[in-house]
Design a protein around this ligand. Structure first.
Ligand code: SF4
Length: 306
């Protein structure tokens, strides 16, 4: 059992106290990670109006919650508006989000667009509908951002979504390409941000449980779940369980790219390389094995005897 020290004795913490302390630590961590990502990528500036896309899933609820907390503490002033696109999927509980947002006092807009019928109409039975569905959704959200005067569009993707996308692109698309924390939209008119870029999914799961968000299931459309993404997600979870620290390292790697040590000639001029006689500390030692920390000090790295 945990305990706190006083001058003369050890006082065991009650279960409630421990939960309260853990929850407080979780809240601090979520705010720290989101705040750090926002700062690192200059996601939100003075006077921005951030359109927070809310699907009714744990991640977008968590994002809104954290942004509300950061708004209170931030040294800059910015506005938030929650937006939900009601795609008219059968059984969508349309009262849930308006009731929740009214209760917590957040300005919001519900956009009603029956993309469900369009997708059903255009995609043959049994085929995955996600690609057309998300294309339609994207276009609608860009328009809504314009109409609301939003200067930022915030999406609730977290660190594990970004890593999953990275591996999916590598395994199935032959590309080293992830999901950026900040980008210009494909219509060239909007800045899209992912404030949860540094946040592990497991923290969002715990936060959603603690906050008791009124989660809306994401299976209403009846589309087949993306099997490949599920498999990659399971792979990452397994690595995280067996080798703590490995997933953190992989995300750090996304922020430490060395184009001269990959093989893409469009990002590094291999053809034009010349030996100019200037020694470089970061240059390749070529004949030496790469210098890595000792296996014993790398979380998740196993020493295999051969
Ligand atoms: S899971 Fe359903 S709602 Fe989500 S993108 Fe696919 S078709 Fe659209």
């Amino acid at each position: 059992m945990s305990a706190v020290w006083t001058n003369s004795e050890v006082v065991p913490l009650s279960r409630e106290h421990r939960i309260e302390r853990e929850t407080h630590k979780l809240e601090k961590r979520l705010c720290r990670l989101a705040g750090q990502a926002i700062t690192d990528y200059n996601m939100i500036g003075e006077g921005d109006k951030v359109m927070v896309c809310l699907s009714g899933g744990k991640d977008s609820y968590g994002m809104l919650d954290i942004l509300l907390k950061l708004k209170q503490r931030a040294p800059i002033s910015f506005d938030l508006i929650a937006v939900n696109l009601d795609q008219k999927q059968p059984g969508f509980p349309e009262h849930v989000l308006p009731e929740y947002l009214t209760r917590i006092g957040v300005p919001f807009h519900i956009e009603n667009q029956d993309t469900y019928s369009i997708v059903k109409d255009k995609i043959p039975e049994g085929k995955t509908m996600c690609s057309l569905c998300s294309r339609l959704r994207r276009g609608i959200l860009y328009r809504v951002a314009d109409e609301l005067g939003a200067t930022r569009i915030a999406l609730g993707h977290h660190r594990d979504d970004m890593l999953q996308t990275f591996f999916l692109n590598m395994f199935f698309g032959g590309k080293l390409k992830g999901m950026p924390p900040k980008l210009v939209s494909d219509d060239g008119r909007h800045i899209v941000i992912r404030p949860l870029a540094y946040v592990p999914e497991k923290d969002l799961v715990r936060w959603a449980e603690h906050r008791q968000f009124p989660i809306i299931p994401c299976t209403l459309c009846g589309s087949q779940e993306n099997l490949q993404r599920k498999q990659v997600a399971a792979m990452l979870r397994e690595w995280d369980r067996k080798h703590p620290g490995r997933v953190d390292n992989m995300f750090t790697a996304l922020q430490n790219v060395v184009p001269s040590h990959l093989a893409d000639g469009t990002h590094y001029d291999f053809k034009g390389l010349i030996a100019n006689g200037v020694a470089r500390e970061d240059g390749d030692k070529a004949f030496d094995p790469p210098e890595l920390p000792s296996a014993l000090s790398v979380p998740g790295l196993q020493v295999i005897k051969i």
